[in-house]
Ligand binder design. Structure first.
Ligand code: SF4
Ligand code: SF4
Length: 327
């Protein structure tokens, strides 16, 4: 699968607003990839990601990097003593004291100065090089599906490391290249002050080597889970009516099966987590019956999974007094 096919699949399934960005750090002496251009001015690493997700392909040696912190974290230039000491974080009022600033700086992932000669960014679909990481700008629901796809592929829970500082350089580039694991960042002062990332958007960075298995897992999730979740299939029709208004009230649930619509397929019974539904076969005519409706947890799974919309849940308030009268 090539980069364009990968990008097309990711855009389709995740319904992406922004193009995924292929980011590579080039070693000294490496040839500049085809199709990328050196910009005229200086820009920050976070700005280069913002420009690439809008379709720009760029090659940025140190003379084109505007953020001294970011360029040093990427291993392109030495860190200035003033940045290394942490004093600027105090001036910006981003950290309370030097001890805190130095602790944050010491624990921050960064490459040694001179490790790399340039950064290269381009939309994944146009990248004619092998990126180190692919950076997504997402809303949280899309980030959730990338996270779920990673768990789908490995069975592992995801662990993220971020600090709210140095997001695109430390969190999304260095951290992901060194750990070879996906990472999330909520952005940082620099990335939010100098790029067009929206308040409701977050970043996810994925090691390029994991992207094919991740895209494959997303394809599988797109068969059922993603469209169902996006259709909100378990949302009760009138959500606010489910609330219990008084301490003495309990809920009673009426599980109503429309016999005309029910085909007897048994999906509701298969999915019910409380095993309250079963299919009765009466001389070839299959119908669904409910047992112990009072155990229903009102999860709406049966109604959501029914292909014929044959199930309705009626949730009613029931006072204990009324219960005893029934008995
Ligand atoms: S899922 Fe719907 S159609 Fe299938 S058995 Fe249940 S109620 Fe009937
Ligand atoms: S709402 Fe949930 S617990 Fe109740 S019958 Fe349907 S699937 Fe079972």
């Amino acid at each position: 699968m090539n980069n364009r096919q990968l990008a097309d699949g990711l855009k389709r399934i995740l319904n992406l607003r922004w193009l995924p960005v292929a980011m590579r750090l080039m070693r000294p002496g490496e040839e500049v990839p085809r199709g990328v251009y050196e910009p005229e001015g200086r820009i920050r690493h976070c700005q280069s990601i913002a420009l690439a997700r809008r379709g720009n392909s760029m090659y940025l040696p140190p003379r084109r990097h505007a953020c001294p912190d970011g360029a040093a974290i990427l291993g392109l230039v030495p860190m200035s003593p003033k940045l290394r000491s942490g004093e600027l974080y105090l001036l910006f009022k981003k950290l309370p004291n030097l001890e805190c600033a130095q602790k944050m700086i010491a624990s921050r992932p960064e490459f040694p100065a001179g490790s790399y000669a340039a950064s290269v960014v381009a939309p994944l679909e146009e990248a004619e090089y092998q990126p180190d990481v692919v950076i997504f700008t997402l809303w949280p629901e899309q980030a959730m599906w990338l996270c779920a796809a990673s768990t789908y592929a490995t069975g592992e829970r995801q662990e993220f490391q971020t600090s709210g500082y140095n997001s695109t350089c430390a969190d999304l580039t260095v951290k992901v290249m060194t750990s070879q694991k996906m990472n999330i960042s909520f952005g940082c002062y620099g990335a939010r002050a100098s790029s067009d990332v929206e308040d409701f958007e977050v970043y996810v960075s994925v090691p390029y080597g994991n992207l094919i298995s991740l895209a494959g897992a997303l394809e599988k999730l797109a068969v059922k889970s993603i469209p169902e979740a996006r259709r909100r299939i378990y949302m009760p029709p009138v959500l606010d009516k489910v609330a219990i208004s008084g301490e003495k009230e309990a809920l009673a649930v009426d599980i109503v099966i429309d016999a005309e619509r029910c085909s007897g397929c048994g999906l509701c019974a298969a999915f019910c987590p409380e095993a309250l539904l079963y299919v009765r076969d009466d001389k070839g005519k299959k119908t669904v019956e409910v047992k112990n409706a009072s155990d229903c947890c009102v999860c709406y799974t049966c109604a959501g999974q029914c292909p014929n919309k044959a199930i309705q849940l009626r949730v009613l308030s029931k006072r204990p007094r009324e219960e005893s009268r029934d008995e």
